[in-house]
Design a protein around this ligand. Sequence first.
Ligand SMILES: [Ca+2]
Length: 470
Amino acid sequence: MKPNRQPNILFIMSDDHASHAMSCYGSQINQTPNIDRIADEGMRFDNCFCTNSICSPSRAAILTGKYNHLNGVKSIEDHLDGRQMTFPKLLQASGYQTAMIGKWHLGHGGDADPTGFDYWNVLPGQGLYHNPTFIDQEGEKPYSGYVTDIITDLSIDWLSRRDSNRPFMLMCHHKAPHRPWQPSAKYAQWYEDVEIPEPETFHDTYENRSQAAVEAKMRIDRDTRESDVKGRPPEELSALEQKRWKYQRYIKDYLRCVASIDESVGRLLDYLEEEGIADNTIVIYTSDQGFFLGDHGWFDKRFMYEESLRMPFIVRYPRVIEAGSVTEAMALNIDFPVTFLDYAGVPIPAEMQGRSLRSIFEGSTPEGWRTSMYYRYWMHLDEHHNVYSHYGIRTERYKLIYYYAQALGTTGYADENREPEWELFDLQLDPYEMNNVYKDPAYSETVVKLKEELHRLQAEVLDQPVAEID
Ligand SMILES: [Ca+2]
């Protein structure tokens, strides 16, 4: 083995797995012992954020290192044009064996098929939990079994066929725990006799908040389907009891799906150890974004609120990362590819907008590291939970959000009765974002400074503001 051999990279990403459903992040509702192994033996990021909290856009940001207005994937309807630069292509060109297994969700056919991978085998669109079809370089193939287990089997199978003299980069992308939260038979009975605690903000009434929060259609009591909660609550229950019933149904299935993921992570970690390559493999566990687990009375994501904005991000690389370390440094999904290229010794293209996390992994946050981040959600559609388009910034203490509320591709307001609105949260005093202080005179100077910072960041990432009201 060469002394400075390029490390292997195992990038495990699930879909909609919020950090507050991982015990290494202090979950109050479940245990994830295998996922926790990565944090226990590596580093946990407590402030890792997505630049747009929704599936395809986050995936495109991770592949390209760029914001969605530049990589062309602003919504889940957009396909990634594979002719553009992506980090797997660069790793492949530098000698890595590369593979993409599981959920792709960036389009199929022509320029939308995965590129930069020696091997890919992906779910069409959202894919199915049970007996899913996959698409590989040869075409569609049916598989029998549970999707999380199949993705794990395919991953281990590919790893076992690799050339052990060359480094690899595997993207193992789970479908779970995405809606409609269908667990495997193995975990289907888990939590049956327990009551899962309700989150702090479960009974949020959206007072002191934007109209965007009021109008969002992702309430557990009103907007879950029978397919989400697998039935109807007994009619004799009160409205409040029905909401609680639905929450229990929803969260238990969600956590059962997570249990399969946790098992999968354990299998992959065990494989690396059996192969004797655990020390030379960077293992990441993350999710494409966060999720509301009953927080604010919601399921789903999209909003720039904490539960949805925050990505779990844990990394193990025993050669350089101190076991059990934790960082508060602000990381973004666009940093991931830059970090991988950095470790691979591949020059980082100027067009990538993220920064390498390497120094942070190795125990020191660089001078002048970012203290604010820019976010933009574009996909304003009634049928997609009616979350208004918005952009904003999060600093270490504050979050300023502008709901400009225009449907994608238009300049008019999606709802003619809707005016744009601002929200400001003081995260130090109000960590659950229950009280919009935008109009509070005590924060007027803060608002001015945050707007300056918002526009500075927006220009830095080459995005354009819309017309803003005061
Ligand atoms: Ca997702």
